[in-house]
Design a protein around this ligand. Structure first.
Ligand SMILES: Nc1ncnc2c1ncn2[C@@H]1O[C@H](COP(=O)(O)OP(=O)(O)OP(=O)(O)O)[C@@H](O)[C@H]1O
Ligand SMILES: [Mg+2]
Length: 100
């Protein structure tokens, strides 16, 4: 599955939680989203699974624009986005995906 975000923007009032976020995840890739507290990571993941509706921007799956209206919107079954930093207890950041 190929995922692409184009200029995804989400404001809470006057605060821009996500501002023109562009991202491409090619098939088979695994990405970690890192950033300081309040950078907008959770907001972006909430947009991706339909918990939050972005103000503007596009989400494309396999090069087609998708409208993710709510968390029940069907997505390709090979996709997974995880907002937890505790998938493996005691491991953080990059090591989440390279447990020894
Ligand atoms: N429901 C909301 N209402 C108002 N402001 C919000 C809401 N959700 C997030 N924000 C604000 O949007 C900005 C981004 O928050 P977000 O939770 O996406 O950041 P984060 O990168 O996940 O931070 P953390 O590392 O602390 O989890 C912050 O300034 C936050 O206070
Ligand atoms: Mg967060």
């Amino acid at each position: 599955m190929r995922l692409e975000l184009r200029a995804v923007t989400k404001h809470f009032g006057s605060l821009a939680a996500n501002k023109n976020v562009d991202l491409v995840v090619e098939p088979g890739q695994i990405h970690g989203l890192l950033g300081e507290n309040g950078a907008g990571k959770t907001t972006l993941m909430n947009v991706l699974y339909g918990m939050i509706t972005p103000d503007s921007g596009q989400i494309l799956i396999n090069d087609g624009v998708v409208i993710i209206r709510d968390p029940r919107t069907p997505l390709p079954k090979e996709s997974a986005w995880c907002t937890s930093t505790h998938a493996y207890p005691g491991l953080h950041g990059r090591r989440q995906h390279h447990p020894r």
